[in-house]
Design a protein around this ligand. Structure first.
Ligand code: GLN
Length: 537
């Protein structure tokens, strides 16, 4: 059980504009409290009607983050898991869609016994139930509410937070509001009005924030803090400046400087020591001051929106620190490779990563990029669709299977080396038809994969429909492809490698979802190591 017998609740809302970094701020606060020895969990409430983000285009909300238990969640869960080094699950992300769906199902079941079903109390009760549901056995629950104050969509969540104070009492709850204090160049000054208005909107609904985190370009001076404190009825010490920093991993350290965790534990009357942050500080220092640099290409199709590959980019930061280097990622649009050839983009590079993806656009570019890396001994790491492209290249160009392809790209390929499993072919709906979440993988003893994992059985997270087609196992193996990881329950290929090549690995799962700053994923660590060894040309 926990040290403090009453679970405490922290709510993080955002004002003025989106994209202020509410997810990072929530994760940072969680990490600071955890570093004080408290048991912390975090959940994200997303005010959109989709039941989960799984069917959203990555252009809409960035990457879909998958948890061990197979939930397709908002990418903020990735920040939470990375900052707190914990594993979250289905219960840590709720959307308006899920909440209404639950209430409406209950109504159809007759569970409300003929009562009129309403936003207050039925929807707000369901929101509160979900917050309490994760509270068991933890000291602190942090709830981040997506969207911006003033949005129609987030109102039921804000109303639920208002009620929560009545339910648990003021010593057990903290409201943190993240706002923007913009610098207006023409006037040469910082402006507090947007923050004042945002807090006014909160107060209209009945919420008085306890702490304001003010995003600014540079630290707020005391006069500005005093002004904000006065207009927003917040103690001046609780107006905390959250300036731009060079790496997101520095945010907890900056917020600690501003006194955030101290104020929170004081309000909540939590008895803890000072946070232990030496490992984290060392990590941040290494992110900022590496001894070398290595250039790696990421070739995908959602390149314009870097958030689509958030966890991959973060994993490379972790792997850079583990190798005392800075990984410079060059994002290459797969369709550009189709137009201008792989050589143009890869010839001076030390590694190629082909990430996951859906749909045929750019597939030929990705397959050609893999061919180039394979033929030129450039370290290659294929993730999910990246593995599938590697199998296609190998089938076509090494095994001589002309027009080999994935049925996702060409249903009529004469050699469908990547295909749906028989039992999946009958399913038509798009939601929930994938292999999702953590699954076991047995590793071949004398493989590169074994050298890296140092284990014969691992677990990794999945999110895909198609698989290497078992009809082609024999010919692929005969030509030198090694299936170094196999799902022992489903007998499916999970990892491939080419022993002839210095570092060529494809994985059907998503290792980037399990890399943490202080616990880097071994595949990323070793891939970056191999890229360093290959050297910048
Ligand atoms: N589109 C492929 C599949 O469904 C790959 C998915 C992915 O890369 N996550 O199998």
């Amino acid at each position: 059980m926990t040290k403090n017998d009453q679970t405490k609740f922290i709510f993080v809302t955002g004002g003025v504009v989106s994209s202020l970094g509410k997810g990072i701020a929530s994760a940072s606060l969680g990490m600071l409290l955890q570093a004080r020895g408290l048991k912390v969990t975090i959940l994200k409430m997303d005010p959109y009607l989709n039941v989960d983000p799984g069917t959203l285009s990555p252009y809409q909300h960035g990457e879909v983050y998958v948890t061990d238990d197979g939930a397709e969640t908002d990418l903020d869960l990735g920040h939470y898991e990375r900052f707190l080094n914990i594993n979250l699950g289905k219960k840590n992300n709720a959307t308006t869609g899920q909440i209404y769906y639950t209430v409406i199902k209950r109504e159809r079941n007759g569970d409300y016994l003929g009562k009129t079903v309403q936003i207050i109390p039925h929807i707000t009760d369901e929101i509160k139930r979900r917050i309490r549901e994760v509270a068991n056995g933890v000291d602190v629950v942090i709830t981040e509410v997506g969207g911006t104050i003033g949005d129609i969509e987030s109102l039921p969540f804000i109303e639920a937070i208002r009620q929560f104070r009545l339910d648990v009492g003021s010593d057990n709850l903290v409201n943190v509001h993240l706002t923007l204090v913009p610098y207006i160049r023409a006037a040469g000054e910082y402006k507090t009005k947007p923050t004042q208005h945002s807090v006014m909107r909160l107060r209209e609904i009945g919420i008085q924030p306890d702490i304001l985190l003010c995003r600014t370009e540079s630290p707020l001076d005391t006069d500005l803090k005093k002004k904000i404190a006065l207009f927003c009825s917040v103690p001046v010490d609780s107006v905390i400046s959250a300036d731009d920093v060079s790496t997101i991993y520095e945010v907890p350290l900056m917020l600690r400087e501003g006194g955030l965790d101290e104020i929170v534990v004081n309000i909540l009357e939590l008895k803890t020591g000072k946070p232990k942050l030496s490992g984290w500080k060392k990590f941040v220092n290494k992110v900022k001051n590496p001894s070398s640099e290595v250039r790696i290409v990421v070739c995908g199709k959602y390149i314009e929106l870097k958030d689509s590959y958030k966890s991959i980019a973060e994993s490379f930061i972790h792997a850079g620190v583990a190798n005392d280097t800075r990984v410079k990622l060059k994002w290459v649009e797969a369709e550009d490779i189709e137009k201008y050839g792989a050589e143009k983009y890869l010839k001076d590079m030390s590694g190629l990563l082909v990430p996951g993806g859906f749909g045929s656009r750019g597939s030929e570019g990705k397959i050609d990029a893999v061919r180039y890396a394979r033929e030129n001994n450039i370290p290659f790491f294929g993730i999910c669709l990246g593995l599938q492209c590697a199998v296609i290249d190998f089938a076509r160009n090494v095994c001589g299977l002309e027009n080999a392809n994935s049925t996702e790209f060409n249903e009529n390929s004469p050699h469908p080396v990547i295909d749906l499993m028989e039992e999946q072919k009958r399913i038509k709906s798009k939601g929930g038809t994938m292999r999702l979440g953590s699954q076991p993988c047995a590793i071949k003893k004398d493989s590169l994969a074994f050298k890296i994992y140092k284990s014969e059985l691992i677990n990794e997270r999945h999110r895909h429909r198609l698989e290497v087609n078992e009809k082609y196992y024999e010919i692929l193996e005969k030509h030198g492809m090694v299936f170094s990881g196999i799902n022992p329950e489903l007998d499916l290929v999970e990892m491939i490698e080419l022993p002839e090549h210095p570092w060529f690995i494809g994985v059907q799962f998503h290792p980037e979802l399990k890399s943490r700053p202080l616990n880097v994923h071994p595949l990323f660590r070793e891939f970056v190591g191999a890229a360093l060894k290959y050297g910048n040309r």
